[in-house]
Design a protein around this ligand. Structure first.
Ligand code: FAD
Length: 733
């Protein structure tokens, strides 16, 4: 940071360089008048120069961009609502169709198209017909293709992890653009003299502070105006932080080059405060490295807040004239805290009354009044289902921060974000979270659960985040891995109930089929209202069940459905049985079942299953499934002996807690989902727009991106293929 003395000298130099300094001739004036004149002139020059060198232009551009984003946000919301209404009016064409841009596609067209031939043939025929109709259609498709390719390069492709941690190109582009705009505008009219540019660098660093703090907060104005979720703005927070860091060091380097002397001697308080400020900024930046965030998140949070506060404090002491860049940062931070506190209070207040009326027992309650009782269930070894009454309404896809004083103990700042997995319905809605237990807070919570279900004290700060706008899509594929289901489930429930014209598929990769039990209450609650276009496909990847699935590669839906009768749980009673599986149950590898021929495991010939199937006690030990296309002569000869190690929940025959109607909705499949196959099938049969939303481990997101990348080619889109948009939700910043 610049010292006062330096700032003064730099001021004059800049003024001279821009030829705006008023003349300071004292001829004809008395000594006092001359002195007063000189002071006035200096002040005027300083004022003028401050105006010149302050990065107001940068801020004007930022405000301009924000305004454009606001308009874009309003337009996007309008368009989404409009197209959802339009689609509701339109008769849906179920398969094989193609709708060219700018043309209407009648039911008769659809029938013609569907008449007996494959989707690809149909599409080609329609393309030829549409081409005959005129060039407008192709012009429209060219625009769509250009936009799709742009999205593919900017948002779908990721950079190598070693380079930018699997981030998309857009994030680098935004960061570079941010640097270019800030430096380009902020450094305009600056001379190459060290004292000159270095001071300007210091001021640029100051000017970043409102943005750094504003973009980091959960309750931020920019997010509200632009519709960009606050967590997605996080990379701009980092970009402005990096710029402040670079500018501060550049400022110091310039001052050293100029020479630390006079009022800016190394021993002066101004310089000392500046040095302390830069030390705290460096500590702040280095404690924010990804590795620290991953390994010691709590340490990162504490360091971030403490170092940020100390940096701003010493920056103000170093150069108080620029405090007007700093106090808005404190204001934004304070506002964020106040709004968070209010949210927690509103979420808690009425619920406490409800609970005191029903006299629900409290465990580990340390305070009274605004606390919220929260029910925590251990649904698997490392997975908790947490239900918390929440008064503020939430939308599907949003998340909230949980804090539990009795679990956090002295870590009063501890708050953990979790996606809300259910819909906000009923007079006293409860938000349901599905939480994987790690080593920290979530692990401590798991350890605190003494029985299957406990009641603890919790505060909810939320909801936060924005629902992805999925109203305008004809087909929505929600792909989840493990606890990533929480984000996708609420979206699925919402679409299955409120968008009856959209095809919606929830694809879930899980280790064990029994995990479907995590979702049972939410699915059972709404299944009666689901549209007929809603499907749930569970891919079982690791359990004994999945090993069996792999052996059977491409087990038909019917047998998979039978599997929902089975119960596997590590804690429950284990039974061993022998089951004979008739080979007729094999569904020869279907192109749509998400398992390719090569990775489908051993062939069905004499395959032996060691520790696998969990049959329903109500079903026969021979699982008979009719599969079209299987040679009847094979039926008698090919049977498999399977030794089954199962865990059957003794007290319940209600498979995984699912109702009959819910069970019918779910298809189990072996092995991981093959996104290439799923998407190829989808674009083959769906007209209009497709959205793939993914939430889960990095590897799953990469699979989805790869599949979308492969399928999105200029040729295919010009040929009428649906455009596939990707939305990714991550459980981290
Ligand atoms: C928007 C969002 C939604 C999420 N939704 C879910 C969900 O629905 N289900 C679920 O199981 N998990 C979810 N997570 C992740 C969840 O917040 C962390 O797993 C949890 O906070 C870990 O707490 P811990 O102290 O037990 O973790 P630790 O054992 O201390 O660390 C485990 C991992 O969690 C990260 N982590 C720790 N604390 C936080 C925090 N406060 N914020 C962000 N990351 C943190 C660490 O960096 C580390 O990578 C979500 C995260 C975000 C950002």
């Amino acid at each position: 940071m610049s010292s006062k003395g330096h700032a003064h000298s730099s001021t004059v130099e800049v003024a001279t360089s821009t030829n705006t300094t008023p003349t300071t001739s004292g001829k004809g004036h008395s000594g006092t008048a001359a002195a007063a004149g000189a002071t006035t002139t200096k002040a005027a020059a300083k004022k003028k120069v401050d105006k010149n060198i302050a990065p107001t232009r940068e801020w004007q551009v930022i405000v301009g961009i924000l305004f454009l984003l606001l308009l874009l946000n309003l337009f996007r919301r309008y368009r989404s609502r409009h197209s959802a209404k339009k689609r509701a009016r339109k008769t849906t064409i179920t398969s094989g169709g193609f709708q060219g841009v700018g043309t209407s596609f009648s039911e008769k067209d659809a029938q013609d198209v569907n008449g007996g031939s494959s989707g690809k043939d149909n599409r080609e025929r329609v393309i030829v017909e549409k081409k005959k109709q005129g060039g407008m259609v192709m012009v429209g498709r060219s625009v769509i293709a250009t936009m799709a390719i742009w999205e593919k390069w900017m948002y779908v492709r990721t950079l190598p992890k070693w380079l930018f941690g699997w981030k998309s190109l857009s994030e680098i582009v935004w960061t570079v653009m941010y640097f270019a705009i800030a430096l380009g505008l902020g450094m305009k009219d600056i001379t190459l003299k060290p004292v000159n540019w270095s001071n300007q660098m210091g001021i640029l660093a100051f000017a970043q502070t409102p943005l750094i703090v504003g973009l980091a907060s959960k309750n931020n104005v920019i997010s509200f105006l632009t519709g960009i979720p606050y967590q997605h703005l996080n990379y701009l927070h980092r970009a402005s932080g990096r710029l402040a860091f670079a500018c501060s060091w550049a400022h110091m380097a310039g001052r050293i080059q100029h020479g630390l002397r006079g009022k800016t001697d190394i021993h002066s308080m101004t310089v000392r405060h500046g040095i302390v400020a830069i030390i705290f900024l460096t500590l702040l930046s280095s404690s924010s490295l990804r590795v620290i965030r991953r390994l010691w998140y709590e340490l990162f949070i504490v360091c971030h807040i403490v170092f940020a506060f100390l940096f701003l404090l010493f920056a103000c002491l170093h150069y108080p004239e620029y405090i007007h860049w700093v106090w808005p940062a404190f204001l934004l931070w304070g506002l964020d805290r106040i709004v968070s506190g209010l949210r927690m209070m509103i979420n808690s207040l009425p619920i406490t009354i409800t609970y005191s009326l029903t006299s629900l027992p409290r465990v580990q309650t340390k305070s009274r009044g605004t606390a919220t009782d929260c029910i925590v269930e251990l649904v698997d070894k490392d997975v908790l289902r947490i239900s918390v009454p929440m008064s503020l309404p939430w939308s599907p896809g949003q998340h909230a921060f949980l804090s539990m004083p009795s679990i956090s103990k002295w870590r009063f700042w501890e708050q953990h974000p979790h996606s809300i997995s259910n819909l906000c319905v009923g007079p006293e809605p409860k938000a349901v979270f599905i939480v994987r237990a790690h080593k920290g807070f979530t692990g401590r919570l798991r350890d605190a659960i003494t029985s299957d279900s406990s009641v603890v004290l919790a505060f909810v700060d939320g909801p936060y985040g924005k629902s992805p706008v999925l109203g305008g899509y004809d087909s929505i594929i929600l792909v989840a891995g493990g606890t990533g289901i929480t984000h996708c489930l609420s979206l699925f429930l919402h679409i299955a109930i409120n968008q009856p014209d959209s095809h919606v598929k929830l694809i879930w990769n899980v280790r064990h089929a029994s995990y479907i039990g995590w979702l049972a209450p939410m699915l059972n609650q709404h299944v009666a209202s689901f549209s007929s276009k809603a499907k749930i496909i569970v891919h079982v990847t690791r359990s004994p069940l999945s090993a069996e699935f792999e052996d059977l590669h491409g087990l038909s839906d019917t047998i998979a459905d039978g599997m929902t009768e089975l119960w596997y749980h590590h804690d429950h009673q284990h039974h061993q049985q022998h089951v004979t599986l008739d080979k007729t149950t094999y569904n020869p590898i279907s192109p749509t079942n998400g398992t390719s021929e090569n990775d489908s495991g051993p062939s069905s010939e004499n395959a032996t299953i060691d520790e696998k199937v969990i049959p329903s006690p109500s079903s026969s030990s021979v699982l008979q499934v009719q599969t079209p296309g299987v040679n009847s002569s094979d039926e008698k000869t090919n049977t498999i002996e399977a030794e089954v190690k199962v865990a059957v929940r003794p007290e319940s025959r209600k498979a995984f807690g699912l109702d009959e109607a819910t069970k019918r909705l779910i298809t189990f499949r072996p092995g991981r989902v093959n996104m290439h196959t799923v998407l190829a099938d989808e674009v083959e049969h769906i007209e209009g727009k497709i959205n793939v939303t993914v939430c889960g481990p990095e590897a799953l997101s990469r699979d989805v991106r790869e599949a979308v990348k492969t399928i999105t080619t200029v040729k295919a889109i010009l040929g009428g293929q649906a455009v596939v948009a990707v939305h990714e939700e991550t459980f981290g910043w």
